[in-house]
Ligand binder design. Structure first.
Ligand code: FMN
Length: 322
């Protein structure tokens, strides 16, 4: 049995995990805290009622989002003196149980202050980046950080592969623009509610953001892949739920690192959502060796720019079971 004090402590860790990024800010996760004070356990479940039927019928983005939350939980736990031991997809009969995380008392991570600041400060900043190119070494460093999480993160440094990715990205956008159901779904998640969805205030005007036909708020800014942006691709050896979860952990790891380094990260999932462009990415950009899970663009935001408001999150009571 968990005492009230430990339960409260674990709930706070779940709160940190819920700061993770998720597709359209759907926050498709549920949590359960269990075990004893000596051996507490946090379980992560997929909330499949929050899957996006048009953009994400197979639930890939849902699992990538949950993987990001799992990594946030691990980092938050380590920053509070817990050593997390993760069992991913522990029960084949319950595919919605994504991970069981046993916590043991340990040392507070040396990087605790930095990691907690990164969780608190991380945000999807879709505004146009400055034209300062991100040095290749920085991109390789971020790719290496992500690759420690059981996925492979590739920095697209050569122009031919980058160019191909950009073309496929615009082809995916065109395909999705023709899909009325998908369009309606996307619009529905802009200003969706007080606790989820993408606030219209965070959507830039034109130029490439997937939410660009939402009410324009900040004139003159735009997003899309610019020639000076860094581009990383998260790939995996297989294409099963475990791979999607791992891709999300890699996303979180590289994003928290980038936040510490004052770099901005914007995921671009459309090119992976469209089966045709996902297959082309795999064969034409990744030479058939990896399954693409997510493309992210990386850049510097202008220092003088205002800090963005944080996106909302569901109440802990709504995501913490029993
Ligand atoms: C799997 C995944 C896919 C995403 N795809 C996109 C995308 O294609 N375009 C975009 O602008 N943001 C994308 N995002 C960012 C989310 O919209 C963002 O994380 C969410 O709105 C919460 O906001 P926050 O990251 O500022 O906390 C994606 C995030 C995840 C985890």
């Amino acid at each position: 049995m968990l005492t009230h004090a430990t339960r409260t402590e674990l709930a706070a860790l779940v709160g940190l995990a819920c700061r993770a990024p998720s597709v359209h800010n759907t926050q498709p996760w549920l949590w359960r805290v269990d075990g004893s004070d000596e051996q507490p356990v946090v379980e992560l479940y997929a909330d499949t009622s929050r899957r996006l039927p048009a953009a994400d019928p197979a639930g890939r983005n849902l699992l990538v989002s949950c993987g990001a939350a799992l990594h946030h939980l691990r980092v938050g736990a380590a920053a509070h003196g817990w050593q997390p031991v993760v069992d991913r997809l522990p029960d084949v009969r319950r595919p919605d149980l994504l991970a069981r995380v046993a916590l043991r008392r340990g040392e507070v991570a040396e990087t605790a202050a930095r990691d907690l600041a990164a969780i608190a400060g991380r945000v999807t900043d879709r505004r146009r980046f400055t034209s300062w190119p991100v040095p290749d070494t920085r991109l390789e460093h971020l790719a290496a950080t992500g690759s420690e999480e059981g996925a492979t993160v590739v920095a697209l440094l050569d122009l031919a592969r980058r160019h191909r990715t950009e073309l496929l990205f615009s082809r995916a956008r065109t395909r999705q623009a023709e899909d009325r159901l998908l369009h309606a779904e996307q619009r529905a998640w802009v200003d969706h509610g007080a606790r989820d969805g993408v606030p219209g205030a965070l959507v830039p005007v034109g130029g490439g953001s997937r939410f660009e036909d939402a009410p324009p708020v900040e004139a003159g800014v735009e997003a899309g892949v610019e020639s000076t942006d860094g581009v990383l691709m998260i790939g995996t050896a297989d294409d099963a739920p475990l791979d999607h979860l791992r891709a999300g952990e890699a996303l979180s790891a590289l994003w928290l690192r980038a936040t510490t380094d004052r770099l901005s990260v914007v995921p671009l999932s459309q090119v992976v959502e469209v089966p045709e462009t996902r297959a082309a990415l795999r064969h034409e950009v990744l030479d058939g060796g990896l399954h693409p899970q997510l493309v992210v663009r990386i850049g510097w935001q202008e220092i003088a720019r205002s800090t963005l408001p944080r996106t909302p999150r569901r109440d802990l009571d709504d995501v913490l079971l029993g």
